[in-house]
Write a protein that binds this ligand. Sequence first.
Ligand SMILES: Cc1cc2nc3c(=O)[nH]c(=O)nc-3n(C[C@H](O)[C@H](O)[C@H](O)COP(=O)(O)OP(=O)(O)OC[C@H]3O[C@@H](n4cnc5c(N)ncnc54)[C@H](O)[C@@H]3O)c2cc1C
Length: 380
Amino acid sequence: MDLSFSEEQVALAQTAREFSRKEVIPKAAHYDETGEFPREIFKKAWETGLMNVEVPEAYGGLGGTCLDNCLVQEEVAFGCAGINTSLSASSLAATPLLIAGDEAQKKKYLGKLTSEFCFAAYCCSEPDAGSDVAGMRTRVTRHGDDYVLNGQKRWITNGGVADFYTVFATFDPAMKHKGIACFVVDANTPGVKAGRKENKMGHRASNTTDVIFEDVKIPKSALLGSEDGGFKIAMKTFDKSRPWIAASAAGVIRRALEESRNYSLERRTFGVPIASHQAIQFMLADMAIAYESTRLLTHKAAWLVDKGDFTSVVSAYAKTYGADAAMRVTVDAVQIFGGYGYTKEYPVEKLMRDAKLLQIYEGTSQIQRVVIARNILGGK
Ligand SMILES: Cc1cc2nc3c(=O)[nH]c(=O)nc-3n(C[C@H](O)[C@H](O)[C@H](O)COP(=O)(O)OP(=O)(O)OC[C@H]3O[C@@H](n4cnc5c(N)ncnc54)[C@H](O)[C@@H]3O)c2cc1C
């Protein structure tokens, strides 16, 4: 594994870093407080080329790699993990198209993402099926040459702002993973509607809603891949996207470390800066170790994805380690700030709230451990 970056990667990370410092950090607290959707920030990210990083050049994208996307997402999440969540949700929705889309589907939908400022959303989870993807109940039925969708998706990032959705549905819940297919559906198709916006603990700048399908007629051309291929598409998508969550964790950890370092050099107790106390120094040291380890695992997972080696287990290592480390580190950051850390005057309580989601979405930390344990035990 080559740990050096190309000139283009250094430049891309630098662009994302400047964008985060200039456009995201100054406004992050406002959008966190109000829960408004920061459309103007996303518009600038789109114009700067920070959305749709992995869309191939043939469809107007940057043609970047998973590692390129991780470099961007670490920087944006350093500024605001919630803004990064909505930014990366379009990439998440685009991934099934990259995996299984035919030329016409890619041209239409990936081309739309790059030629117009718009969002997409990935509709997999349901009110009663999050971890248990194969337990989904959204139904698809054949109707002549068309399909009809009925059901309800929950926790859909960009659900209320997307122009199109990639949607997983089952021909028959009893068939479990073998019955699931994936479709691309325009948001303005009759019968598709977004539910109310969730009022969340963190990632408040991202838009999260239900997406409801009521007798939604879609053409045959909306099917991605084969009628029994949806579950595999969902799993492959997670292999590719879990390194992004780990990269987001790296951004949150680096921000917590930077804020904690600066504060500990200023804040004095017992006549000395708190950075002089070994208890504080050790927390800072642990944060630095967590950052380096998360970043290394993230880059290894992304490197494997870019080689075409879909190793679910390494993506799971990176996501679990990064998310759990971000949670630990941000709790320590609040501790270093003492009482001030518990207020909205400083950014560390937001980091702690934002870190929590990293352990939940795109497969909880427990589900990642299920994947890892299965790999260790060889399915026994
Ligand atoms: C803000 C936000 C944004 C999201 N964005 C999207 C999105 O864009 N698209 C999308 O499709 N989904 C999205 N999700 C959904 C997310 O992926 C699910 O919430 C997640 O997979 C967990 O599912 P659940 O909430 O149903 O929890 P459950 O599956 O009900 O799990 C509850 C608890 O049980 C544990 N558990 C479950 N099964 C096992 C097991 N076998 N072994 C051990 N422990 C287990 C879990 O780890 C968890 O602690 C989002 C969620 C949130 C909160």
